[in-house]
Structures are given as C-alpha cells and as structure tokens.
Design a protein around this ligand. Sequence first.
Ligand code: ASP
Length: 317
Amino acid sequence: MPHSPLLLVHGGAWAIPNDMVEAHQRGVSNALAAGYALLQKGASAVDAVEAAVAVLEDDDIFDAGRGSFLTRDGRVQLDALLMDGATMRAGGVACVERLHNPIHAARLVLDKSPHVYFVGQGAEEFAQSHGMKLIDNSELVLDRERLRLQQAQAKERAGLPDLTFAGDDKSPETAAELASHDTVGAVALDANGNIAAATSTGGTLNKAPGRVGDSSLIGCGCYADNTSAAVSLTGWGEPIMKLVLGKWAVDRVQQGRAPEQVAPDAIAYLYKRLGGHGGIILLAPDGRCGIAHNTPRMAWGLCDARGPRTGIVIEDM
Ligand code: ASP
C-alpha cells in the first residue's frame, strides 16, 4: 500500500541570532522543496535525504560544505553519513577536505562499496574514482569563518574557557549560547514505506585536525532502520558519541514508544548524563515524528501531504 511521503530536516540547534533566523528558514525551506519533490515523484527516502542535505551543504549559512567552521589550522574538514533503513546499507566519510558535497561521497560509499566508512585522502580518492571532482580546500573557506576562528583563538590565548567543550557545569541554555551548532540533517519516509537518514557537518569551531564528531558515526549523529526509526542529531558531538544517542533513540521507538516522546527524552538524557546540548529529529516508519532541542533555537522544516512548515523552536511545530 503506498504511503504518504514525509521529509523532516534540520539546520542546527543553538542560539540562532535574530538576524540569522530568516536565512536559516530559507535554507531549510529550499532543502524541503528539493527533497520532497523527489518523494512526490516516487523516489526513495535515501534519494530524498541526500538531495535535501546537499542543498543545505551548498548553503553557506550552515556548518556543512562551504562555509563550515574551520579547524585549528584554518581548513575545512567535513564529515557526512547516509543510511538506508530498508536495507541498512550505510555510507560515511570523515575528514574530507576536497569535496563540495560530502553527502554525495557518502552515497557513493553506500552504493558502490562493500565498506561503510572512508576517511581523509582515501575517502577523497574513492569519491574521485567514482566521478566526483576534487577541489582546493580554499574553495570551502569563507572570510567570515577566518574571522570567527581568529576570535576563538584570541579568546583561547586570553585563557577564556574553551566554549566548544563547555562542560556539565553549564546549563543547556548557557552552553548553547557559547557554542553554535549548525550541522544539517534529514530523515524521510517514501511512498514504499521505507525510511532513511542523512547528517553532514563541518564539525566544531577550532577543532583539532583529524577530529571526528558524532554526525557521521553510525548510531551517534545518524541512523535508520525500517524496523525502528530514522534519526539525525546536531549538537556537541563528544557527549552524543559517548551515549550513541541516535541508536538510543531509535531503540526506544522499536520498543513501542512514540517518537514525539522519545525525541525530548533523548535530549534530556544527553543533558542529564553528560551535560550535552543539541537537537534531534526522529521519524518512525508509520510517519509519526519528533523534534526536540535543549538549545534556545533549532532550525527545522517538515513537509508532508499538508505542505511545508518551518520553525526555529519546537513550539512552532
Ligand atoms: N555534532 C557536530 C560535531 O560535533 C557539531 C554540530 O552539530 O554542530 O561535529
């Protein structure tokens, strides 16, 4: 029986300033339009999340693709993962520096490789061997981000706290004000009843070269399984990884709990256990979905038979 398709996307969870709200909402709207158009034509959930995330990677406002945060040494290093809930095939890349759209490389890993995960130069060479163009890292670097890095490093030299790794002595609100999390992600349900998830990020500001966060790790920042749910997370990556929080959430949906309830529970657990902050989108194969964040705002967009909606707090839903 054909299902009514649904696409849910996010563009990060943090204290998005008022003057950046419109750009975030425009970005998630464009991603919804691209992904949902495919679902309406009968494309798979994997195609839809890949297309939606590619649009978000191409948008400079987000911490994914061009315009991402810079590493300590001033480069962009990207991580992305894509997972197909129908087959449980997955493709991930991490620490890639020469690809415009890491999510397309992740798709190639999913489609064309017996492996699941490639990093660094090996990932770039794999993508290139399947037709992707390698670019110079400088094409991904914006002056805005050079300035942001300089400011972060000046604070570091002045002995001010490392904001990215704000610890559990801080309330979610305080921690979220200190660090921004503009990672992008999408979950989708297609007309055949299959679900998929994708997440893409430039990681955290001033990160050490070679650092990999939660976003591209299976079960951490992204996961999909038709027997449970599809999930994409954003936020402070280290606590999310330690809790394998994506899998934590989908397992609870598999046990019969409602995604609307599991999403806030996952974020509450993240904070209670490790003082983490961030946001989650979660979708069950029956079309029920949940969004939650413990940051002041989270850019999200949802499109189903009722049409597209976007918001910057969960109450907008
Ligand atoms: N989760 C990402 C990371 O730690 C950052 C983010 O969501 O903005 O790499």
